[in-house]
Design a protein around this ligand. Structure first.
Ligand code: NI
Length: 181
């Protein structure tokens, strides 16, 4: 396994459409391992294959599991590996919130996303899976699937005025670190 360099927003590769994975080969498994390691090192909550230079429809996400009355300092997280993800349902309800991206370091901006989505995908064992999620999980899914189509959150800002740098060492930066995808 190896930490990969994260491709930045000004590099043309991030604007290309990624190809479907035909067969989950050892190379794909290695890509997934590298992506998980790179995401955790960044740190981030999600990473799409184009962000490590691979134009393949592969996404990894590691998001907190929300539990009732869970006030622990280190909430549990759950790792998802999505191969060939397709969003098959989106709620009409939308939520507007700040979003960040590991390919646009140091910035956040406001984006409208469907409040709930259902995504169909293959896991790394090749099994057909379905995941429904709301709130933050739904946002990360939409952000990552966008990456596979060459779309960045900065294309979807409610207004360019909402895009702003985050001051290093502030509480906002700490929060942002927990929300980069
Ligand atoms: Ni991103």
């Amino acid at each position: 396994m190896a930490i990969q360099r994260i491709v930045l927003a000004d590099e043309p590769l991030l604007r290309e459409k990624s190809k479907k994975v035909r067969r989950i080969t050892d190379d794909v498994q290695r890509l997934v391992d590298d992506m998980v390691e790179t995401m955790r090192d960044a740190p981030g909550v999600g990473l799409a294959a184009p962000q490590v230079g691979a134009l393949q429809r592969v996404v990894v996400m590691e998001v907190p599991v929300r539990e009732e009355d869970d006030e622990e300092a280190n909430p549990r997280t759950r790792l998802y590996v999505l191969i060939n993800p397709e969003i098959i349902e989106m709620s009409e309800e939308i939520i507007c919130a700040d979003e960040g991206c590991l390919s646009v370091p140091g910035y956040v901006g406001e984006v409208e996303r469907a409040a709930e989505v259902t995504v169909r995908y293959l896991n790394r064992a090749g099994h057909k899976m379905r995941l429904s999620g709301g709130g933050f999980l739904a946002r990360v899914i939409q952000h990552e699937v966008d990456h596979l189509d060459g779309v960045l959150y900065t294309d979807r800002l409610t207004s360019l005025d909402t895009l702003r740098p985050v001051e290093p060492g502030t509480e906002e930066e700490a929060e942002l670190e927990a929300a980069m995808a």
